[in-house]
Write a protein that binds this ligand. Structure first.
Ligand SMILES: N[C@@H](CCC[C@H](N)C(=O)O)C(=O)O
Length: 278
């Protein structure tokens, strides 16, 4: 089994292509191969599969074996993988996702290698039950959430997958391990949630740290950065375009007023190729 190790700002994946569909034991493979001590080590497995609707189909499996609907950093990795191997060097690539439809990606390259990748991440879902949360409201903005004896204020956004965005005093020093697991599994989120802890520094810049559903603390989360920007716009804290600065680096996020779609721009990197003998 050959794989390519890739990452988007340190959110790292074991990328597999050449399969026609997901293997039956994909959850078990993800847990085993993503293990950082006994396996290859990664936040998730990413499969590049054939698609009838787009250039390729992407399926991602979290390191705990669960399958999310979408992954922003993985989409950029998939686009780079496809572009760098494409003799025609097409800058526009379409990627079918499990839960966020077909996404349009634009690659900017240097010397035939993809550098900046801009993804149309679609329209955010804000209706409470659709995110899903247990709150039946048009928007879930600045609501209280209690966990471990502490009450936070959160805004909920789905970018295909559910996010719980929380303002904190200083995101980079926030104790993710103490609060992330409690909030990820909070009963307000029936499908669990990715949890973003955010500190706004200016109208166009915020620090964010993430505790991901099914993967724990990661260095970056693309859908999380998009959800964060949407939450910050809804609460009046930033403009519609801002840099969301993560532990692994920066993403530029725009929530376009005209088409209501969220655009994410950032890098992707290929680190090495490997082979597993099973
Ligand atoms: N890292 C990702 C999100 C991956 C899925 C997430 N853990 C979930 O379960 O929803 C990103 O870059 O968006």
């Amino acid at each position: 089994m050959e794989f390519t190790k890739m990452n988007g700002l340190g959110n790292d994946f074991i990328v597999l292509s050449g399969y026609k569909e997901l293997p039956d034991n994909v959850a078990e493979l993800a847990v085993r191969w993503c293990n950082r001590f006994f396996g290859i080590g990664a936040d998730g497995l990413v499969f590049i599969l054939p698609s009838e609707k787009a250039d390729v189909q992407m399926r991602i499996i979290n390191s705990d074996g669960s399958e999310p609907e979408q992954c922003g950093n993985a989409i950029r990795c998939v686009a780079k993988y496809v572009y760098d191997r494409d003799p025609g060097k097409r800058e526009a690539i379409t990627v079918e996702t499990r839960g966020a439809g077909v996404q349009q990606v634009h690659v900017t390259a240097e010397k035939g290698i993809a550098k900046a990748i801009r993804v149309d991440m679609g329209e955010p879902v804000l209706q409470g039950l659709e995110i899903p949360t247990t709150i039946d409201a048009e928007r879930v903005i600045d609501q209280p959430i209690e966990a471990g004896g502490r009450t936070f204020t959160f805004t909920a956004v789905s970018m295909g997958n559910p996010h719980c965005v929380i303002d904190v005093e200083d995101a980079p020093s926030f104790d993710l391990a103490a609060w992330g697991p409690l909030l990820e599994q909070h009963p307000l989120f029936p499908n669990k949630a990715n949890v973003e802890f955010v500190t706004v520094r200016s109208r166009d810049y915020a620090d964010m740290r993430v505790w991901e559903r099914g993967a724990g603390p990661t260095l970056a989360c693309g859908t999380g950065a998009c959800a964060t920007l949407v939450a910050l716009v809804l609460t009046g804290k930033t403009d519609r375009t801002a840099t969301i600065s993560l532990k692994g680096g920066d993403l530029l996020i725009e929530w376009n007023e005209a088409d209501n779609r969220v655009y994410m721009t950032g890098p992707a990197a290929e680190v090495y190729k490997g082979k597993v003998e099973e």
